[in-house]
Design a protein around this ligand. Sequence first.
Ligand SMILES: Cc1ncc(COP(=O)(O)O)c(C=O)c1O
Length: 396
Amino acid sequence: MASGPDKSGEGKQGKRALSTRLTHAARDRKLTQGGVNPVVQRASTVLVESASKLFEPGGWTYGRHGTATHAALKDALAEIENADHCAIVESGLLACTIPFIAFAQAGAHVLVGDNTYGPTRRFCDRTLSRWGCETEYFDTTIGAGIEALIRPTTKLIFLESPGSMTFEIADAPAIATAAKAKGVVTTMDNTWSGGVFHKPLSLGFDISVQANTKYVSGGADVLSGAIFANSEALFARLKETIADLGVNTSADDAYTVLRGARSLAMRMDRHQASAVEVARWLDAHPSIRRVLHPALESDPGHALWRRDFSGASGLFGIVLKSSETLQVHAFLDALELFGLGFSYGGFESLAIYCDPQLKRNLTKPAYGGPLIRLSIGLEDPADLIADLDQALKALD
Ligand SMILES: Cc1ncc(COP(=O)(O)O)c(C=O)c1O
């Protein structure tokens, strides 16, 4: 579907399309041993070739530092975000929290978008606060106005655009520019776009994080996260933190994510096309008050989305006209093709009721009805529309 300028840019393999680069990434014979795929190298113990290599800087001396399978996955993921550096961790949430651990310290102040994913907020409120760091939430429509919130002690600005439940698009370049002028590190949770349709590092962000659990792996069968940066110094700090925490994904999980990532670009095109078709149909439905989808011209974030994104994923919100909880439950329970589940990005469509889990410190958005989030999977959109049509009758 029509979208903003192509931000796929140049990866390590030059100007080729992302689908081509993802097909050919991580195919070095050292990683594949002649197969098409990398080996699944399970290792804790690593045998070095000679005593002189035991303490070689940067040498691979222990399984926690990753194996050939991890190297292959990092290679491919770096292509998605046009990143110079990539680290893999066990979950998307860990990818979100590691930049805080790396850059905040006792007495520090961090700025976090008020629409940020609940568990990331919970980490700030529960754990970061115990370490003596202050979290201040900001309205993500703030743009360049973020400058007024930056203090001498501000160490990190964390943003999710669009918010994965309320779908506001932020002026990320303006926030990045203000942060850079004051030497504050910026991190973007880029999970909604799957990394395909949005390149935070190219828009001036220092760090991009991704829950591979969602679109990148695409199979709804693995938990994984990735952290991307271009600056060597920033990445060195992130890597130190990862080493200090002692985290590393299993080789089997790394393999599973890579297997999914090969088809990411094609899947995202399908998620996008189907979701826009379903969103437009819902927008015209008499039981729907509003659709929250940045690719719709009527959406408040549409202009910024056109400017900074090259497409939209399959995740968006709808506001029902009915306000009775029982009716909301009846609608959700009547769905046959949409499972009720707290994830997205997989091949299967999902729905959740958002209001009970919407956490805000500033203003809670007033939509005038219950907010439902839909994740549009790889089913035929006509079948999904038919399913929604019959389930919406439960609201009558
Ligand atoms: C925007 C966003 N960031 C991070 C995560 C965390 O990912 P994981 O479940 O892999 O920890 C999620 C999961 O739903 C998410 O929606």
